[in-house]
Design a protein around this ligand. Structure first.
Ligand code: GLU
Length: 471
């Protein structure tokens, strides 16, 4: 990083007000990478001052999710809790008031609107020079300079300049004495020695106000970097009401941590060359916060899935099997019988086909259920004329077949040919008879693993079902 002090101190400062968001995860990763590259320190600060919206389980979720991404307790200083710094927050408000840099204000929003006639305008400075002392219903506002400009040095956005005259005298302590985000965040950053504030774009408008607070409190402001907003396919800001944003949900669906963190790093940044899937050490070597793009980053779930598929295919087979186990173990409680040896034979076939680990279940369940998990739509699609003949002839052809994929394929090919069907068409009814579905693992390998008796019984049962339904 350019102009970085020798020992940068960065922080990730989430508010534990809900499930941990992919945008938060991206900010955490950016901060972490910068800290590691620069020999600096990452501080984890939980901004838990808003007691009505915070829950300990959200904090636990954040810490768990960070650790899943590789940012475990060894990787950061903390966690610090903002609520533990309440005395310092109050003291800072006092200091600013004593220095004439903040003042008491008793205006309600309605008062301000009545005076300015404008809903959207900021505070009009009415109490600025009234010299009010403390009292019930009196908030404290920061006295922003009337003149001059505040230049925010932002590694992504250059040097946005804000006219001080347009910055309203913002509230730093509410009438009930509680401090606002702007104040608490600045005080904590100062007391934790933060040198670089890397956070979401939605905080850009806070930066000049906070920078003024840093200066008023006698601290040299940090270097800022406001990372781009994340949008969905409709170019709308990712939102928890509309989009799948919780990191935990991606984890539950079977996204791999390595794939996820590689993908998250691409939200605003790209490695050199024509590649996107890159090992973490390359990311750590190449990432430069100055190269992050200021324009919105598209969270492309389809691409993420494809990405994850690539990561899954790159796993050594035994690791793939191990990675699937949580899903399989859970599903197995609803199966008729689970056989880990059978699963280990099916797994390599599935490894080339799943994009998320949860998809493994639909691919292998046929082997662990007494009945294939028929779904009616697949049945209707596959069981068209001459399906009944195909099933009957296949059963016959298979009875004495050496039970091996190549041989099973040849025999079904011949059965199909006798009815004027190519293999692709001829295998559809057999596939549905045995696996319950029209798509899945390669059929002949699946039959070989399922075994002669179970396969033949399913083909016969499907034939009988079909005859019943058409007679
Ligand atoms: N607690 C703030 C948030 O979650 C973070 C503010 C910051 O990083 O400065 O949005």
């Amino acid at each position: 990083m350019s102009a970085a002090p020798s020992q940068p101190r960065l922080r990730f400062a989430p508010s534990p007000t809900g499930m941990f968001h992919v945008g938060g995860a991206r900010s955490a990763l950016f901060n972490w990478v910068i800290a590691r590259q620069s020999g600096g320190t990452l501080v984890l600060r939980i901004e838990d001052t808003d007691a009505s919206r915070n829950k300990p389980e959200w904090t636990e979720g954040i810490i768990r999710a960070l650790s899943w991404l590789g940012i475990d307790g060894e990787q950061y200083e903390g966690p610090y809790f903002q609520s533990a710094n309440a005395d310092a927050h109050r003291a800072a408000v006092e200091r600013l008031r004593a220095a004439g840099l903040a003042y008491y204000c008793e205006c309600t929003r309605e008062n301000v609107i009545a005076r300015t006639g404008d809903q959207h305008k900021g505070y009009d400075g009415f109490c600025r020079d009234r010299g009010l002392g403390p009292g019930p219903l009196r908030a404290t506002r920061f006295r922003t300079p009337d003149e001059g400009r505040t230049t925010v040095v932002d590694l992504i956005r250059g040097k946005p300049v804000f006219d001080n005259a347009v910055l309203e005298d913002f509230v730093i302590a509410r009438a009930d004495g509680s401090v606002t985000f702007l104040l608490a965040n600045a005080v904590d950053d100062i007391s934790q020695g933060i040198t670089h504030v890397v956070r979401g774009e939605e905080h850009l408008s806070n930066a000049p106000k906070q920078q003024l607070l840093w200066e008023a409190l006698g601290a040299a402001p940090p270097v800022w970097a406001h990372v781009p907003v994340i949008v969905n396919e409709k170019r709308q800001k990712l939102s928890k009401r509309r989009d799948k944003v919780a990191l935990e949900d991606y984890q539950a669906e079977g996204f791999l941590a390595d794939a996820m963190r590689n993908y998250l790093m691409l939200l605003g940044w790209a490695p050199s060359g024509d590649r996107e899937i890159v090992p973490w050490d390359v990311i750590e070597r190449e990432f430069r916060i100055e190269d992050v793009n200021a324009s919105p980053a598209f969270f492309d779930v389809k691409k993420l899935r494809a990405f994850n598929g690539e990561y899954i295919r790159a796993l050594p087979p035994n690791q793939f099997i191990a990675a699937c186990l949580p899903w399989v173990t859970k599903a197995a409680t609803g199966w008729d019988g689970f056989d880990s040896e059978v699963f280990e034979r099916l797994a390599p076939l599935a490894q080339t086909r799943v994009n998320v680990l949860a998809e493994i279940i639909e691919m292998v369940d046929f082997a662990f259920l007494d009945q294939p998990p028929y779904d009616e739509a697949s049945w209707q699609k596959a069981m068209k004329d001459p399906a009944a003949d195909i099933l009957a002839d296949t059963e016959k052809a298979y009875r004495d077949a050496p039970w091996e994929a190549g041989e099973l394929k040849d025999r079904l090919e011949r059965v199909g040919a006798a009815h004027g069907l190519k293999l692709g068409k001829a295998q559809a009814p057999v596939r549905v008879a045995v696996t319950g579905r029209t798509v899945g693992l390669p059929l002949f390998e699946s039959l070989a693993i399922l075994g002669r008796d179970r396969s033949l019984a399913r083909i016969a049962a499907a034939g009988a079902r079909l005859t019943r339904s058409t007679s």
